[in-house]
Design a binder for this molecule. Structure first.
Ligand SMILES: [Zn+2]
Length: 276
């Protein structure tokens, strides 16, 4: 798996091991097309390289892009989102290759990812491995829509909504089937609401049994990996819920959320529960 990751990264003329060292130091994650392509096979083209960057690491990552990887800053673009948890996006270029730095508004870069427009993009590569929040859906080329994001984008104006619809069309053209809840698919329709990993009402965590995490074995040793189970940094997890209307009954709904939670020392991650 680390081989596939190296291959996907090397295409952008970036030294993969250097990059993994840098994202370990800065708590950045690789998001977007690269983890999706690795998880889902050749149905996705890696047309962009997207990094989600904690707020305090913005300046450091910009320097790394120039000095470690010889990318030149092109422009800062407005973020049409959603997502007040992302504050800006910076484009870096090297020949035909493009890297987007998405700057999170806070310190945990996984939080904005879990407020994305749909589950098919809720994947990342950290310094420690590859994470997929909805493997039963994503690996079957299925995706739930995050209603909250759709409604926010409608309020954000025509341009934001147009971009969102464009994103959905792009993934649909790549073979992704979209649903508003799990009742869309006959084989998983009869799920347990509030408990199944793919129910939009369940409260999920990065350490629950519904996620897929494929570790990079060579990178999980050492004193920074106290529990042998590190998935992002060694102090925090993220809990989230998609919200939406009651499954099979469109109508009023509750809002999606995502939040960073501390992992306490000696906590048993097998039975991990959110700290309220
Ligand atoms: Zn449900």
């Amino acid at each position: 798996m680390i081989g596939l990751t190296k291959e996907a990264i090397a295409k952008f003329d970036i030294n993969p091991l250097r990059l993994l060292d840098i994202i370990q130091k800065t708590n950045c994650i690789i998001v977007g097309a690269i983890p999706m392509k690795i998880l889902s096979g050749a149905r996705f083209e890696s047309d962009n390289f997207d990094l989600l960057v904690p707020a305090s690491e913005e300046a450091t990552m910009k320097i790394y892009m120039k000095e470690a990887f010889s990318y030149q800053f092109k422009e800062a673009k407005p973020v049409f989102g959603t997502n007040r948890t992302v504050k800006s996006m910076h484009v870096f270029l090297k020949g035909d290759n493009r890297v987007n730095l998405w700057i999170a508004a806070a310190e945990n870069a996984v939080v904005p990812l879990m407020l994305s427009h749909s589950t098919v993009v809720m994947n990342y590569i950290s310094a420690w491995g590859i994470f997929c929040a909805y493997p039963k859906l994503t690996l079957a080329h299925r995706s739930l829509i995050n209603h909250f994001v759709g409604d926010e984008q409608e309020r954000n104006g025509k341009e934001a909504y147009r971009r969102l619809v464009g994103d959905y069309k792009k993934y649909a053209a790549r073979g992704i089937s979209f649903g508003i809840d799990a009742t869309k698919w006959a084989d998983i329709s009869a799920h347990t609401c509030y408990a199944s990993a793919y129910c939009t009402h369940s409260i999920r965590s990065m350490y629950d049994s519904g996620v897929l995490f494929i570790r990079f074995p060579a990178r999980t040793r050492g004193k920074d990996d106290l529990y042998g189970s590190i998935r992002y940094d060694n102090k925090h997890t993220v809990v989230w819920s998609l919200g939406g209307s009651f499954c099979g009954t469109p109508g009023s709904y509750h809002r999606a959320f995502a939040d960073s939670k501390r992992i306490y020392p000696n906590y048993d991650l097998q039975g991990f529960q959110a700290d309220e």
